[in-house]
Each structure stands twice: as structure tokens, then as C-alpha cells.
Design a protein around this ligand. Structure first.
Ligand code: FMN
Length: 429
């Protein structure tokens, strides 16, 4: 047997027969901080229900598993000058309110919203997501977050954000209480039993929580080898919790700009990134480093040694790793933020190759697709990339189930018999 046959056999054996799960990360008017300045976006899209509904419908027509609404419960930047130049929390709907509106005006797509375990109470979260699960006929999902910054804490009467260990401990108990309420007779049992649980922790405590409770884990990992390592670790941890590893779907973030030719795609990216004011790029870098003010440090010097962030350990570590590996100054790092180096830019075939490599390489069960500006990058993904994925047999042509659990190929929760009535099914007339 030739080496070549060996290799192709290995490839064949490792090819997957299941299909991708795609989540549409909706952050109108786009994930890129200057998206609101783009001529093809509506600057007020974050608080414009017609715009948001149209994005959700495009994602539904393309048969995405779900739309996802992220949330911070406070603005990420202290500077009024910076805040006046961005469209973030200051300019977007509260996500569970928006989810209820989308639930009533879509019919198939899953609907995931973020709710913090640090700044809510379990009864209220259990009731809200049970209601949305009813309104949507079993399409609700809850992104369980512990929140990130001091500004969020201050909106809830605290001086500073809970420390990392305390907030994860609270998240563990919070989840148990919410699911306990769903399993009890205190709250009308949600149609899915439990709405789908999403988590995005990447620290030790975060991975532990996700592998115990989550149906879906989001990550921000960009490097294939690291994503494969993370995937294997999460699946092992899930099995160690006595769960079927296939019942936790790993969906890394994938920011995409695509066009029929590579040059056109690059041009689209360039026309977006020229819109970002430099002070916003610097503020964004400071935010992801944990809110430390970088302005006293020389732009052409190295990143100073900063205390470990109480915000996102993972984001801070990633920036340090990049800076050390590539010997970057603060100015270089700011340029990377401005250039949006996280976005994969290319033809639909190149994007599909990337997706296929990660999917068959067991780095991902699918992707949390991020749109730098809306609707342009969503429309392009739906019109150009989705058909290419379908041609390759990687993505569904239409929905076969009606609930988000069915789209994701997940079972219902294992609850004590008798606790939950038979799952709700929408009546057909
Ligand atoms: C794709 C993605 C989406 C996220 N969305 C939110 C969000 O909406 N709100 C939030 O407070 N944190 C969000 N996070 C942050 C995570 O919840 C978590 O705090 C972060 O990944 C750091 O994890 P760690 O605390 O375990 O280090 C998100 C993370 C990722 C990767």
C-alpha cells in the first residue's frame, strides 16, 4: 500500500458525516466599531426593529440554526469622546425584549440572548426564557455570562465587578436554580424542557462550567491548532461530567467578509476599516486588556506589564501572547484592532475551505458567524458562502425540526420523570 493511499484513507476516516451548525451573531449595525459610519448601514440599526427583523429573516431564510444577541449591562468605554463615536450598548435593544419581538415574527430560527448571572436573579431569568420558549414554540436559548467590567457592576449599585472566582461560583448555583425552576411546577415548563444553554467561558472555571451545563460553547480562538486542542479538551471534560460529548457543540467565532473575487473582498474590508477613529481603536485595545488606560505609555514602546484583568482573562492573555510572539508595539496592536485582523476575507470558496478545514479537522462543530457590518456581510454570506457549503454537503438546505434543540441535534434534558409534561408542539390548523 502506498503512502498516498494511507494518507487518503486517514483523511477519509477522519471526515465527518454530520453537518455544520451555524449561528448568526447579530450586533446591528455590525461588529466592527465603526460599522455605523459605513454608507450601506443604518446608523440607528441597533434600535431599529425593522432593520433587526430583516437581519433575522435573512438568517432564517438561509436556515441558520439561530441568531445570537450578545449583551453588556453597561457601556464598555469611560470616555464620552469615545462613546460618542461608537454604537454599542448605548445604542442597542435589551436582548430578551428584542428576542420576544423576534419570536413573534419569525417561525423557524433559534433565538439566543445573553443574560448575566452576576446582575440578575434566577427566578427572573427562568421566567423570561421560559416565556420566550413558549412564545417562539421552543426556539429559545440562553447565553449564560458572568459579565465583564466595573461599569456593569456600577449600574447595579456595586463599586466593582465581582471577582472572577466568586462570579463563576455564583454562575454554577444560578444555573442550578434556574433549571430547578424549569423542572418544578413554579414556572410553566418551557416547551424544550430546558431552553438551549450557551456558554463562552475559556478560563479553567469557565471551561468547567461550560462542560457541565452548556449545549453550545462559543469561543474566540483563531488559531487552528489551538482550536483543535480546545475542542478535544472540551469534549473530554464533557465526557468527564458523564455527558455525551456530542451534546456540547463547539462553535468558534468566525468573522467574514466575502465577495466573488479576493480583490473585491479586500476592498470591502478596506472601505470599512478606514472609518475607525484612532482613539476608538486605542480605547478598544485598552478595554480588552481589562480597562487599563494605555494613554500614559509611548505608542512606539512595548505593552507594559499590567495586573491580571478581572474582566476577561482569556482576551488579555491572547493580546499579550500576540504582542510577545510578533514583537508588537502599542501602535502595532492598535493598528491590528483597526485593521480588523480577526476577519477572514476572501472568496466564498476560500471561506468554505476554511470552514471545512476546521470542521473536518475537529476544531469546530460549526461557527458563530460574526458580521462586520449589516446587512452587507450577512447578505454576502447567505448568498455566496451558504450555497457553496451546501454544494459540499456541509450545511442543511432547509430546517427539518421545529425547536432549537432539534436544529442542533440535541436531546431534551434528563429530568426526573413526572416533573415536566410532554414537550409543547405548536398546533397546526
Ligand atoms: C463569541 C463570544 C460571545 C460572548 N458574548 C458575551 C456577552 O454577550 N456578554 C458578556 O458579558 N460576555 C460575553 N462573552 C465573554 C464570555 O462570557 C467570557 O466572559 C469570556 O469568554 C472570558 O471567559 P473567562 O471568564 O472564562 O476567561 C463572549 C465571549 C465570546 C467568545
Amino acid at each position: 500500500m502506498s503512502r498516498r493511499t494511507d494518507r487518503s484513507r486517514h483523511t477519509d476516516r477522519s471526515r465527518r458525516t454530520d453537518q455544520l451548525h451555524l449561528n448568526a451573531f447579530l450586533k446591528p449595525p455590525g461588529e466592527y466599531l465603526a460599522a455605523w459610519r459605513h454608507p450601506d448601514t443604518a446608523a440607528d440599526a441597533g434600535v431599529n426593529i425593522r432593520e433587526v427583523l430583516s437581519f433575522a429573516r435573512t438568517a432564517e431564510q438561509a436556515a441558520f440554526d439561530a441568531v445570537f444577541l450578545a449583551d453588556l449591562v453597561g457601556v464598555p468605554f469611560a470616555s464620552e469622546d469615545v462613546l460618542s463615536r461608537v454604537s454599542v450598548v448605548n445604542d442597542s435593544f435589551e436582548p430578551t425584549t428584542l428576542l420576544a419581538a423576534l419570536a413573534a415574527r419569525t417561525s423557524r430560527i433559534g433565538l439566543i440572548a445573553t443574560a448575566s448571572t452576576s446582575y440578575n436573579e434566577p427566578y427572573q431569568v427562568a421566567r423570561t426564557f421560559a416565556s420566550i420558549d413558549h412564545i417562539s414554540g421552543g426556539r429559545a436559548g440562553w447565553n449564560v455570562v458572568t459579565s465583564l467590567n466595573d461599569g456593569e457592576a456600577q449600574n447595579f449599585g456595586l463599586d466593582a465587578h465581582l471577582d472572577h472566582a466568586t462570579r463563576y461560583d455564583r454562575a454554577e448555583k444560578f444555573y442550578d436554580t434556574v433549571t430547578g425552576l424549569w423542572d418544578s411546577s413554579d414556572i410553566a415548563p418551557p416547551p424544550q424542557g430546558h431552553p438551549v444553554i450557551v456558554q463562552a467561558g475559556a478560563s479553567e472555571a469557565g471551561k468547567n462550567l461550560a462542560s457541565r451545563i452548556a449545549d453550545v460553547i462559543f469561543s474566540g480562538i483563531r488559531d487552528l491548532a489551538k482550536a483543535q486542542e480546545f475542542y478535544a479538551e472540551i469534549k473530554e471534560r464533557t465526557a468527564a461530567h458523564g455527558r455525551d460529548p456530542d451534546h456540547l457543540k463547539v462553535l468558534p467565532a468566525l468573522s467574514v467578509i466575502t465577495a466573488p473575487t479576493e480583490a473585491e473582498a479586500r476592498d470591502k474590508l478596506a472601505r470599512l476599516t478606514e472609518l475607525l477613529p484612532p482613539q476608538v481603536a486605542l480605547a478598544d485595545l485598552s478595554y480588552w486588556l481589562g480597562g487599563f488606560d494605555l494613554s500614559p505609555y509611548p505608542l512606539d514602546g512595548p505593552l507594559p506589564e499590567l495586573p491580571v484583568s478581572n474582566q476577561s482573562h482569556t482576551a488579555q492573555q491572547q493580546i499579550y501572547e500576540d504582542a510577545r510572539r510578533d514583537n508588537l508595539t502599542i501602535r502595532d496592536l492598535v493598528r491590528r484592532v483597526a485593521d480588523d485582523d480577526r476577519t477572514i476575507t476572501g472568496t466564498p470558496q476560500q471561506i468554505a475551505d476554511h470552514i471545512e478545514e476546521w470542521f473536518h479537522g475537529r476544531a469546530a462543530d460549526g461557527f458563530n458567524v460574526v458580521f462586520p457590518y449589516l446587512p452587507g456581510t450577512l447578505d454576502d454570506f447567505a448568498e455566496l458562502v451558504i450555497p457553496e457549503l451546501r454544494r459540499r454537503g456541509l450545511f442543511r438546505t432547509h430546517y427539518t425540526g421545529s425547536t432549537l434543540r432539534e436544529h442542533l441535534g440535541l436531546p431534551g434534558p434528563s429530568v426526573a420523570p413526572g416533573h415536566v409534561p410532554a414537550p409543547y408542539k405548536e398546533e397546526t390548523s
